[in-house]
Design a protein around this ligand. Structure first.
Ligand SMILES: C[S@@+](CC[C@H](N)C(=O)[O-])C[C@H]1O[C@@H](n2cnc3c(N)ncnc32)[C@H](O)[C@@H]1O
Length: 248
């Protein structure tokens, strides 16, 4: 099966601007219930996945989180120099409150916040030891451009770690689409108590999303080394991609 068939005919390389603008509105509407819906739709695995990604950082490292959303991941980055990037001013406002208060409770200074898209990161080359992307890669308008920018801002020898909904192949993608269209919709309906909740639209980003093999190839084309991208067990609901920027 081709990569297009795994997305029901959509282009896995990106999302057009109109669809992305609508998606951003839906993401902002999801903020009040974001963590709770994630928790139930993943059987609590979201916390395990976040810890898995966090464990790639070592004390004192410079970290960039691309697509930080409301700060669900960044608040638990301890002992690190953290920069949170997101295109949504509202997401950044919520993240700043949450992340900086968690940091203050640990005696740490505030994180830095950047309003931008992954495809155009307004930060210098060779800056970060790690770039993390959790559940935001799927939303990039242009996946390759986003990866090129992440590659540029990583220090030589630095690593990117991406965690997002898993799609191993066409068959797995079909199972995921059914899950998103049924169980996730019921959970979101119960939690939000709204008929027109944002997860109606958010499920669509999974349909557009490509397979692990497709994005492993894009990462290699961008220049990442030791590229890996596989489903996280035991449930296979999410995938983790890793790659290094070559040392000079
Ligand atoms: C589902 S939230 C993820 C939040 C958080 N990272 C987490 O661990 O739950 C996705 C975020 O990606 C952001 N996003 C969407 N398109 C983006 C892009 N092109 N570049 C960077 N971030 C983007 C959205 O604004 C949103 O805040």
């Amino acid at each position: 099966m081709s990569d297009r068939s795994s997305t029901g005919g959509y282009d896995p390389s990106g999302i057009d601007l109109d669809a992305w603008t609508k998606l951003e509105q839906q993401l902002e509407q999801s903020i009040p219930h974001y963590d709770k819906v994630n928790h139930w739709m993943t059987f609590g695995q979201d916390k395990v996945w976040r810890k898995n990604v966090r464990n790639h950082a070592e004390k004192g490292m410079k970290i960039l989180e691309v697509g930080c959303g409301p700060g669900s991941f960044a608040e638990d980055l301890v002992g690190l120099d953290v920069t949170c990037l997101d295109p949504s001013a509202e997401m950044l406002r919520v993240a700043k409150k949450r992340v900086d208060s968690a940091r203050a409770s640990r005696g740490e200074g505030p994180a830095k916040y950047v309003e931008a898209i992954a495809e155009s990161i307004p930060l210098p080359d060779d800056t970060f030891d790690r770039v993390f992307c959790l559940f935001s890669f799927r939303d990039f308008q242009d996946k390759k451009k986003g990866l090129e920018e992440i590659f540029r801002v990583l220090k030589p020898g630095g690593q990117v770690v991406i965690c997002d909904a898993g799609k191993a192949n066409w068959f797995h993608g079909l199972a995921g689409r059914i899950w998103m269209a049924t169980v996730v919709q019921i959970i979101a309906r119960i939690i939000t108590k709204e008929k027109d909740h944002p997860w109606k639209g958010l499920a669509r980003t999974y349909s557009h999303y490509g397979t692990n093999g497709y994005y492993r190839k894009v990462m290699r084309d961008v220049g990442f080394e030791d590229v890996q991208g596989r489903l996280l067990l035991p449930f296979g609901m999410s995938s983790r991609f890793r790659g290094f920027k070559p040392k000079r």
